[in-house]
Design a protein around this ligand. Structure first.
Ligand code: FE
Ligand code: ZN
Ligand code: FE
Length: 191
């Protein structure tokens, strides 16, 4: 029993990731559709293709383990996807909305990076070298997706800031302002 328990945990964590990835296959098209910046939309579409490959890699591992990938729901990803939907529904000006979408997506990538780092280490400990290669491929894609989002944030965040300072007469700006001010008011200093 103690000898097999890490393998059981490993399979459980892989099932969790399988659930996480399949949730993202559904969520990424929505993030792409909500993006105004064409490069950001392209990045989400590109990562959707990678995510489908990641699902396939997990299926290959389950095949090798002679186990089924289903039966677990990743509640962490469910929460992140819900927050992402909340962000998609927000009424921000285009660049601000894109900045918010990047924030939501990077939370997902960091969550996945943690998950894949864990299972990669377990696979190493269990001597599952083929799994290690597959998991490291995915881990590299998640890290690259995170870097890509940071790069896009550099451009998009500066547009979001400029929008705030140069479109003062814009009606959109007024709408954004009225949205921001109440939340500023709630962050009172208690000291
Ligand atoms: Fe993924
Ligand atoms: Zn999870
Ligand atoms: Fe990802």
């Amino acid at each position: 029993m103690p000898k097999d328990s890490l393998r059981e945990l490993y399979i459980d964590e892989l099932k969790d990731l399988y659930s996480a990835e399949t949730q993202m296959v559904k969520a990424l098209p929505k993030l792409a559709k909500a993006s105004s910046n064409p490069q950001l939309r392209h990045a989400f579409e590109e990562h959707l293709r990678q995510t489908s490959d990641q699902v396939t890699r997990l299926e290959q591992i389950f095949e090798m383990l002679d186990e089924k990938p289903t039966g677990k729901k990743c509640l962490g990803m469910e929460g992140l996807v819900k927050e992402g939907s909340e962000t998609i529904g927000e009424d921000y000006e285009a660049a601000v909305k894109d900045a918010a979408l990047i924030g939501a997506a990077q939370r997902v990538e960091h969550y996945e990076i943690a998950g894949y780092g864990t299972v990669r280490t377990f696979a190493e400990l269990l001597g599952e070298n083929e799994h290690v290669s597959l998991l490291e491929e995915t881990l590299a894609e998640e890290k690259a997706a995170d870097v890509k989002l940071s790069e896009l944030a550099g451009e998009i965040n500066s547009q979001a800031v400029q929008g705030d300072s140069t479109e003062a007469a814009d009606e959109k700006e007024a709408a954004v302002d009225s949205k921001i001010k109440p939340s500023r008011g709630t962050s009172k200093r208690v000291a």
